[in-house]
Design a protein around this ligand. Structure first.
Ligand SMILES: [Zn+2]
Length: 316
């Protein structure tokens, strides 16, 4: 019987789960749309989905060895709790306890940690010993692989790389502090900056790109207009790269990773973004004169990273 692990990618709106083998291949997967507002419904949906998948795995003669979860929020793996998660009303949801009848080892981790593990075990950073993953979405998620292992810190609440202070007394951040990297380099921050630049530069091509309606601003507005040579958009992108680059230089000085892996919506810009980041960081000597350079890579496993990474939590 082939050994497999179940990886669960938990979201506020849907829960995806897949059966993953030791090569990081998803053999099959399933998902359920969930009402994220009610804890009982949410837990019931997870359990039903897992029971269905475990049955299918048995029918296919697969040996399920454990279940890993990637959760967009705070978890406590030791106590088996989801401490808090966007869209889920409850606090300290006892996920492990609720699933104890399944009789399988369960591991809970944060979604960005899980994505970092997926990319380092089976993705773009395969085989690298020291890797930093940054997901640039609504917020900034961070994942650390140090000396070949996922680093989760005390209670598994580590690697909140988006919440390091970039600007003293800067913009308010959702975490309660001010001036966090997330407030300057997330996709949401880029949208805010795009609107600010448009208000300042009335003749920018960005207005035309948005049909002269600032409500049409998207993550593409600034990048697409910068590529077409719009001066304001290029200035904006340079500023954005500076914020993100400065954050990366701080992480480079602390961890000296072989690579940064960029994920999330903004990573769709691919080499256009990574080349600018590499150029910026290189001009700053990667944080310290004589320091080795880090590679800047785009995450490869995309939407499957959650399932593959979660399943990987129990593989070693
Ligand atoms: Zn913050």
């Amino acid at each position: 019987m082939e050994k497999v692990y179940i990886g669960v990618d938990v979201g506020g709106m849907s829960i995806k789960a897949g059966v993953v083998n030791l090569n990081g291949e998803i053999l099959f997967k399933d998902k359920v749309v969930t009402d994220g507002q009610h804890v009982d419904v949410f837990l019931g949906d997870i359990k039903n989905l897992l029971e269905k998948i475990i049955k299918e795995a048995k029918d296919k003669d697969l040996d399920v060895r454990g279940i890993g979860f990637g959760v967009p929020g705070m978890v406590d793996n030791r106590l088996g709790l989801i401490n808090k998660m966007a869209n889920i009303g409850g606090r300290n949801v006892p996920l492990k306890e609720y699933l104890k009848d399944l009789n399988l080892p369960i591991y809970l981790s944060n979604d960005a940690n899980v994505a970092a593990l997926a990319e380092q075990k089976f993705g773009i950073a395969k085989g690298m010993e020291n890797v930093i993953l940054l997901t640039l979405g609504t917020g900034i998620g961070g994942g650390l692989i140090l000396n070949g292992k996922l680093y989760e810190g005390n209670e598994g609440k580590g690697a909140e790389l988006g919440h390091v202070c970039l600007i003293l007394n800067g913009r308010n951040c959702g975490c309660g502090r001010k001036g966090c990297l997330e407030s300057y380099a997330s996709a949401s921050a880029l949208l805010r900056m795009t609107r600010e630049y448009m208000k300042k530069y009335k003749d920018s091509m960005m207005w035309e790109y948005c049909n002269n309606d600032i409500n049409n601003v998207s993550g593409l507005t600034s990048f697409e207009c910068a590529k077409k040579g719009d001066e304001a958009a290029n200035k904006l992108i340079d500023e954005y790269v500076m914020y993100l680059g400065e954050g990366m230089l701080d992480f480079a000085n602390i961890f000296r990773p072989e690579a940064f892996v960029i994920g999330g919506g903004i990573s769709n810009q691919g080499e256009y973004l990574t080349e600018k980041l590499e150029k910026y960081c290189k001009a700053q000597n990667w944080g310290y004169e004589g320091a080795p350079e880090s590679k800047v890579l785009i995450a490869k496993l995309r939407n499957d990273a959650g399932i593959i990474g979660a399943a990987s939590l129990l593989m070693d």
